[in-house]
Design a binder for this molecule. Structure first.
Ligand SMILES: [Zn+2]
Length: 192
């Protein structure tokens, strides 16, 4: 899947979880950081790809991308597995602990979950593509859905751009309209 589809899926899933979870209150800095963490989580597994947008946007990204590609075992390897999910979750937790003194009004737990939701949706969406995802590494088998490869999506091709992406947008719009009052209630009463 392209970075655009991953970001849209990540943020849509985060919005659904936020709207359906009964949280007592959440600070505005937490919301902003959670959205940022969620979008980063949504594209994080593709740091194993030197040509990923994540690297293209950094000045020395081309070289760093190649180093990470080797470190993570190549594209769709460790960072696209349950072990990778746990590893990235642990590293992101360490980063939040490190940043804690400068973000005192932020609930790091929510930010961490937002990152993990983004990363998990990435793996789920990549499972729908022809390449599949090695969920159970070190077992070197790439899982895909549907099981027949020919029925799966090719990354960046018309099905993704003209069917999957618009479909997620339509679902988002339907949810926004349907739960309009609930969303306004959450924004007014829960975000402080
Ligand atoms: Zn990927």
């Amino acid at each position: 899947m392209t970075a655009r589809t991953h970001d849209l899926t990540a943020i849509s899933t985060l919005a659904i979880v936020f709207a359906s979870t009964s949280i007592s209150s959440i600070t505005l800095p937490t919301v902003i950081l959670a959205i940022f963490a969620n979008l980063i989580g949504g594209i994080a597994p593709d740091i194993d790809q030197p040509t990923a947008p994540f690297w293209r946007n950094l000045p020395v990204g081309k070289y760093l991308g190649k180093i990470f590609d080797k470190l993570l075992g190549g594209h769709r390897f460790i960072s696209h597995s349950i072990i990778g999910l746990a590893l990235f979750g642990f590293l992101f937790h360490l980063l939040l602990v490190f940043l804690h003194p400068i973000i005192p009004h932020v609930n790091e737990g929510y930010v961490w979950w937002a990152f993990m939701i983004g990363m998990a949706t990435h793996l789920v969406m990549d499972t729908l593509t022809k390449e599949g995802v090695p969920w159970l590494l070190p077992i070197p088998f790439k899982f895909g859905f549907p099981p027949i490869k020919a029925w799966r999506i090719t990354t960046g091709k018309w099905v993704e751009i003209w069917a999957i992406f618009p479909l997620i947008l339509i679902i988002d719009m339907w949810l926004a309209l349907h739960y309009n009052n609930h969303i306004i209630y959450l924004l007014h009463n829960k975000v402080i």
